[in-house]
Design a protein around this ligand. Sequence first.
Ligand SMILES: [Zn+2]
Length: 431
Amino acid sequence: MTYDPKAVFQSKEQIKAMQEKKLQEAVAYLNEHSPFYKELFTKSGFNTKGIRTIEDLSVIPTTVKEDLQQRNDDFLCVPRNKIIEYSSTSGTLGSPVTIALTEHDLERLTYNEYNSFISAGATPDDTYQLMLTLDRQFMAGMAYYSGLRKLGAGIIRLGPGVPSLQWETILRLKPTAIVAVPSFILKMIAYAAEHRIDVNACSVKAAICVGENIRNGDFSLNILGKKITDAWDIRLLSTYASTEMQTAFTECSECQGGHLQPELLIVELLDEMNKPVGAGQPGEVTITTLGVEGMPLLRYKTGDICSYHDEPCACGRNSLRLSPVFGRKKQMIKFKGTTLYPPALFDLLNEMEEVNDFVAEVYSNEIGMDEVLLHLSAANHTEENDRKIRAYLQARLRVIPQLRYITAEEIQKLQFPEGGRKAIKFIDRRN
Ligand SMILES: [Zn+2]
């Protein structure tokens, strides 16, 4: 392996030069091995040798999720017998995509997560309880496991859900940290309160949070993050990744955004016209993988909307940092004159004590406008409870979505349809 964990501490100029060398290699590799990109280069009449700098990237057309869905096999750069792992995207938006990894890619993935855990302050003395699946073709679970192994930390693979088993194991094996979905940490806290477990007396001192935001755009803790830390005095660190990029952006001790690992990925934030946005402006996370062998991607638009910050970080890392994900581009809701991303809606719902759990549904009404229906499991079924919820939504959203009260079991069914590995909190039924 030729990766250098110190790469991220180099000067910005050194980082750029290193990335450009790797970019040239990546483009040459794609031109030789990728049926999809070979065709793209030929069609657009490219001299791939002309791609030398990060700025040169802008002439290459972007790749979108639909390309990966429709021509999945054409992205594969190696013969089938070199594939070790078949990972897949979770398929929350459209049909799932297979991302095939070679042995080399698995090593890269391990290195990536090793770096992530170091950024988050993990040491070989830690023991991590993993509250996510390692099955169902889920790449991240495997990445956490292998990254922690490389670090030499202890690992408890407990899988998702079942607060009783999570607590029993924490009390017995005394992990120092957990990797979990933040809303599940809230469920853990609720379970502990019901069963007289003192969360602050337990061994867990940090949580790596995946899948949901714990911070606002200014990096202060959001409602979900605050709810957790108000009850449980643990350090929360956020990590953001996607199967397609095979690379994580993880916060450092400063908690000022997830650091790019510049030796593994080039990231651009693009507007609607595919032009780069400035620092602090929302744009679509667009990635170019570096050093991937099986299914490398060039200017792949992830659909996630973030902003970036590029001032040097107090931790000493000089790579760009990404904000929390504001939302998925396709999930943007235009609801009665307001523009809204599901995570902002989730924040509001998480804040309400009157709501235990929820699923938000959006559909098109008869005139093609977005309508929002909230499936709620209420704290209690009184008129007072309902009145409070409506008043709060009116105050915060200016409009009240349709509300439908259902039981906790019904919510569970909506969140985990058969075969689901992540809780679904958002259902998009728009045309
Ligand atoms: Zn930092």
